[in-house]
Write a protein of this length. Structure first.
Length: 264
């Protein structure tokens, strides 16, 4: 199986690359930073030099559809057509909306939403022609509830829900499996960079639960994809929020807003 992972040079994407390589699959990781990609390849091949024969890494910005299509085409020439696409590339910059300029807002939407659509488009026609393939979009627990300082991030990640559900209606009759997952806070470089900018109001919503390890998130994703799950949740609170959000969110928002007013 050929697995292509956007945002595969770090975090959840890197952890998923490790798991699929361990299964014996061929893996292509894409990322914006050549340096981080080189570091990721070294990490993935450490002690297992034979892994390099099944690993391809390429610089790609998911916002650049034309360049992304070229890179995915080269990966298909190396390892065959994509059997599983995982869209893990994403950015977050917590900032209250009135201090978030247009460029910062657009970057999150263009990377998290449009970038995902670009990646899907790069493999979709081939999957449809073959009548098989799987696509996993990595959303976020932030797609399930509004969070102070995360207007752009929540908007972009919740938009993936509508995209995945609508695409599923088009794709499944052609044998293409569409899945979406909602990871919690995960111990990744991006999470470490995000925390200093997270507001006290956001912390009230998100709690002070210890972040998941990326390997644990990847393990759950891999097992869920093996059984062709359509949605993947993590932890009791996010699972309940996903299933009963329309019932519990009014009360949660009332409680959170009371706390936020005290914080100013």
């Amino acid at each position: 199986m050929h697995v292509i992972i956007t945002g595969g040079s770090s975090g959840i994407g890197l952890a998923l690359a490790r798991r699929y390589l361990a299964r014996g699959d061929s893996v292509t990781i894409l990322g914006r930073s050549r340096e981080r990609l080189h570091a990721a390849v070294s990490l993935l091949c450490a002690g297992r030099p034979e892994t390099s024969e099944r690993l391809h890494a390429a610089v790609a910005d998911v916002r650049d559809e034309a360049a992304l299509t070229v890179v995915v085409g080269a990966a298909a020439e190396a390892f065959g057509p994509c059997d599983l696409l995982i869209t893990s590339a994403g950015v977050v910059q917590p900032t209250p909306f009135d201090r978030l300029d247009r460029t910062q807002f657009a970057d999150q939407v263009e990377t998290n939403l449009i970038g995902t659509a670009n990646a899907v488009r790069s493999v979709y026609s081939d999957m449809k022609a073959r009548g098989e393939g799987s696509i996993l979009m990595i959303s976020s627990g932030a797609a399930l509830i509004g969070i102070h300082g995360y207007t752009a991030y929540c908007a972009s990640k919740s938009a993936l829900v509508g995209f995945a559900e609508a695409l599923r209606m088009e794709a499944e009759p052609h044998g293409i499996h569409i899945a979406i997952c909602y990871p919690p806070d995960t111990d990744t470089p991006q999470h470490a960079n995000e925390l200093p900018f997270r507001s006290l109001q956001a912390a009230l919503v998100m709690g002070r639960v210890r972040p998941w390890q990326a390997d644990k998130v990847a393990e759950r994703i891999e097992r869920a994809m093996a059984r062709r799950a359509r949605t993947i949740h993590f932890g009791l609170s996010l699972s309940l929020l996903a299933r009963f959000g329309s019932v519990v969110k009014p009360a949660l928002y009332w409680w959170f807003l009371r706390g936020a007013k005290r914080l100013g």
